[in-house]
Design a protein around this ligand. Sequence first.
Ligand SMILES: Nc1ncnc2c1ncn2[C@@H]1O[C@H](COP(=O)(O)OP(=O)(O)OP(=O)(O)O)[C@@H](O)[C@H]1O
Length: 580
Amino acid sequence: MKSIRKLLLYTEPYKFFIVLAPLLMALEVTMDLLQPLIMQKIIDNGIANDDMTYVVQMGLFMIAAAIIGLAGGVGCTIYSTKAAVNFATDIRRDVFKKVEDFSSGNCDSFGAGKLITIVTSDISLVQTALMMTLRVFVRGPLLFIGSIIIVFFQARELFPLLFFLIPILLFFIIVLSRKAGVWFKRVQEGIDQLNTKLQESIAGIRVVKAFVRKDYEIGLFKKVNDSLTKTTMTADQIITILMPILLFVINCGIVIALILGVIRVEEGSIQVGMILAFINYLNIILMALMSSSMVLMQLMRAFPSADRIQQVLETKNEIERFEDLRQVTSVEGDIEFKDVSFSYSKNGEHVLKHLSFTVAKGEKIGIIGPTGSGKTTLAKLLPRLYDVGQGEILIDGVNLKNLNLESLRSSIGYITQKPILFSGSIETNLKYGKTSATNEELKNAAKHACATEFIEGFEDKYAHQLTQGATNLSGGQKQRLSIARAFIRKPSILILDDATSAVDARSEATILQALESDFHNTTTFVIASKISSIIKADKILVMDDGEIIGNGTHQQLLENCPLYQEIYNTQAEKGGVVVE
Ligand SMILES: Nc1ncnc2c1ncn2[C@@H]1O[C@H](COP(=O)(O)OP(=O)(O)OP(=O)(O)O)[C@@H](O)[C@H]1O
């Protein structure tokens, strides 16, 4: 409820539509309410007295009321749609903005499947709830209250029947709506799971095929899908059961009204038209309650969705941002890790433990170590994808947290372990980090990343379109493009996280050579599994289980770091280490 109230602030720019739609609906309802009354008059005054002129006059009046009602109804539909659609668009925009601002930790905790469900399904549900509320929720209560008032004045003899019928109807509506609300929350969670599974299977389709696990994946999907079907059926059944119950109660009311009517007509205390009008109003009350309960159900569905949307909007970014931080227009690139420890979860085990080292501007640092030893995690701390738990990282003597986040990240070129490219042209992808890059810069970066040859090989060269996930490129080509994309920015700090693993040895040597010649002022971290990739580094950090167990040049480490020696020997045996 609190979440819905907060989301309703998004209706502020559309308050004109929000006010106008119910007013137009009120007009339609008034006209609808007049119809049985006019009919009663036609029967009791016109037909009973054989007064044709009166019947025609009232007939015309009835048609006029219907036309006015229609105009009101159409107007309400137009304005309620405008309000609800714009309301949802604005929320979607802000949720997307928020997600774009999320830290890696925030993304991990939500998961992509849930975020997709929120941006699509949850926001649509809230939109429908607002639209229905503006259209029906006003109509329902107005018809309901209007009918009661008219029955009170026009068919008072039958009015006490309402005291008996309405509480029963309300009881069923309230109990079943509450129950449906609980189940609809489960439906949304089911959609989360379905989206997550679908995303995982599509992204991993090649692995599924290579391992011949199609049936297994279909089985897993079926499980999630069946569970969603079951939940949705239960939720829908709760709603559908409500209609026959309401209809049954109303029909009982009509039977009682007819029995009472027969007795009273014989006594002469009520007229036939009044009984007909009463039955008409009972039907209107039924319609009003049914449509209101539909909206209530929709609201019950929208409440959990609103909570989920608010959860995103109110999530505090784990990366703290302080106002008026130092803008780093030109980061030099001196880096110091001071007793840095880090854990991915609050009370989880530290994956980095008491790291301390310094790197001078322009130095090339190699990082090597067994898988899972914390190399990537260390790299992620520099652009503050995650914040350090204990200790501090200084850049040019200033704690990272005291630097403006955007300008810090602009100074860093980060080539991730798994290259991530976007659908669009090669040029758009290369210019992703520097939209103002000239053609010359583009070509230079491609040359240094050994990407020129394959780009020029395409008929449309830099305009060549990449598919989603760049599936129309090889692994090595993707890596070269992501290296070129980082090179183009000419960053002060460059991180290559296993960035050349899919690149052939000759091209890797050219890329490493470019690092030395064109990026001699750039502080560069090269995370690698092959010693050949870091052998010329000014300094090599050897990591094991989150700790730095060796720090020195290749020669120094060969002399004093047993793990490095072991890695060297293993790779040398395989003929992998290329020493100058
Ligand atoms: N997002 C995450 N959430 C929780 N734990 C994580 C996350 N990413 C990595 N870890 C854990 O942190 C530890 C260090 O992982 P990291 O990726 O830094 O290792 P690495 O040395 O780069 O490994 P590799 O050489 O295989 O890339 C591992 O135990 C890993 O399971």
